[in-house]
Ligand binder design. Structure first.
Ligand SMILES: Cc1ncc(COP(=O)(O)O)c(C=O)c1O
Length: 414
């Protein structure tokens, strides 16, 4: 179906997600766990199933028709993703990985392990996801580099004065989350990248919660590296993206070795193939690449601006409803331009896990826990929070169901 030039027709969009019609105990599911994984629309499922039915074969190696078709589909998916995120270098700047986590590890191992040493600083933010925080921590330990954290202020924003203090000529890389998966904060990543570049440092941006939800142009941001996951953007699991500037990727050693990534192998040594294949050894996620391509088409047909606006409006509505409750503590900035489509909160006297379990009795699906940001939760002074996260198919009525279900939790636990 075509979404373009219409006001956002959420009902028509929902029709493409049969899973949203599912019922448990006669109640239709209210899916508000999109920051963890989004649902997959029919056109994406169809593209993958067509691929398996009609074109399935291994890539790169075959000269038979099916392998050629599969290779073409796999390679074209790189071009489509490059176009989607504004990578003018095309497929050479787009590496397919398993997920954001693997993209982070690729840079940490390929670049970090070789380039970092004692005296170098890796600057993170206090709101990093473990995917980046744990990875850089470990690489720093192995190389003798140190890790510094840009403070999060009391409003859930980065303290940019502190960023200016921390980012110095000793900084080797600044690794920052674009949109916090806990606070919802949309960080000034262009400014951070500029600061890094002023000091001849690189920038790595974790866009796992940005690319699915708002327009992203990696060249406008100026990022050296940028990562995201297919499964958070209406695409399949098992595929992630690492964008990197061509000259940096060319200079980097591969992180995984094997078939498909080499130019020449002898008993003594090996040389590497072209970008991006140099970083994609073994049989890659071919059907997933086809699915990701379809997801990008699907998202662009709706329009990333409209998706962002819809989600921000739902997050604002949820924020206001929750704020009105009086006994709810909400984390992150007030609704506005720099807040994305999720709301993390706690209800006084009710543990986030209990809350989520009661909401599940109402078939409202949200997430409780530390959302892979334990140090940030320590700073907030709580072990866990509940998080409702929205996508293009969510509605105000679903937010109302979430808020109404909180009463039950209060009665049982408070
Ligand atoms: C900000 C952020 N970074 C990284 C990740 C890790 O993504 P994945 O599990 O797909 O590797 C997530 C997932 O929740 C995230 O929200």
């Amino acid at each position: 179906m075509s979404h373009q030039n219409l006001a956002l027709d959420v009902e028509a969009i929902r029709d493409e997600f049969p899973i949203l019609q599912r019922e448990f105990d006669d109640q239709q599911v209210v899916y508000l766990d999109n920051a963890a994984t989004t649902q997959t629309p029919d056109p994406v499922v169809d593209a993958m199933s067509d691929y398996y039915r009609e074109s399935n074969a291994n890539v790169h190696r075959g000269i038979h028709h099916l392998s050629q078709e599969a290779s073409e589909a796999y390679e074209t998916a790189h071009d489509r993703v490059a176009e989607f995120i504004g990578a003018s270098g095309g497929r050479e700047e787009v590496i397919f990985t398993k997920n954001t986590t693997e993209s982070e590890n690729l840079i940490a191992y390929s670049w970090g392990l070789n380039e970092l040493g004692p005296g170098d600083e890796v600057v993170l933010t206090e709101m990093e996801h473990h995917a980046s925080l744990v990875t850089w921590q470990q690489i720093a330990k192995r190389t003798g580099a140190s890790v510094e954290y840009i403070r999060v202020d009391e409003n859930g924003r980065l303290d940019m004065d502190h960023a200016r203090e921390l980012i110095t000529d000793d900084t080797a890389i600044v690794s920052a989350v674009h949109v916090s998966n806990t606070l919802g904060t949309i960080n000034p990543v262009s400014e951070l990248t500029e600061l890094a570049h002023t000091h001849d440092a690189l920038s790595f941006i974790d866009g796992a919660q940005a690319v699915p939800n708002q327009p992203v142009d990696v060249e406008e941001i100026g990022a050296d590296f940028y990562a995201f996951s297919g499964h958070k953007m209406a695409g399949p699991t098992g595929i992630g993206v690492l964008y990197g500037k061509k000259e940096l990727l060319e200079a980097m050693e591969p992180y995984l070795y094997g078939g498909g990534m080499i130019r020449k192998v002898t008993f003594e040594d090996s040389t590497w193939g072209e970008l991006p294949w140099k970083f994609e050894p073994g049989t890659p996620p071919i059907a997933e690449a086809v699915g990701l391509h379809a997801a990008v088409d699907w998202l662009e047909e709706i329009g990333m601006d409209r998706i962002r606006d819809h989600e921000q409006e739902l997050a604002r509505y949820a924020y206001e409803q929750l704020e009105d409750e009086g006994d709810v503590e909400i984390y992150g900035p007030e609704p506005g331009e720099d807040r994305g489509g999720l709301v993390s909160f706690n209800v006084e006297g009710v543990h986030a896990h209990d809350l989520t379990s009661i909401l599940n009795d109402h078939t409202v699906a949200i997430r409780a826990g530390d959302h892979c940001t334990q140090p940030l939760h320590d700073k907030l002074g709580v072990a866990a929070s509940a998080r409702a996260s929205f996508y293009v198919y969510n509605t105000r009525e679903e937010v109302d169901k979430l808020v109404a279900a909180l009463d039950d939790a209060r009665q049982l636990f408070a």
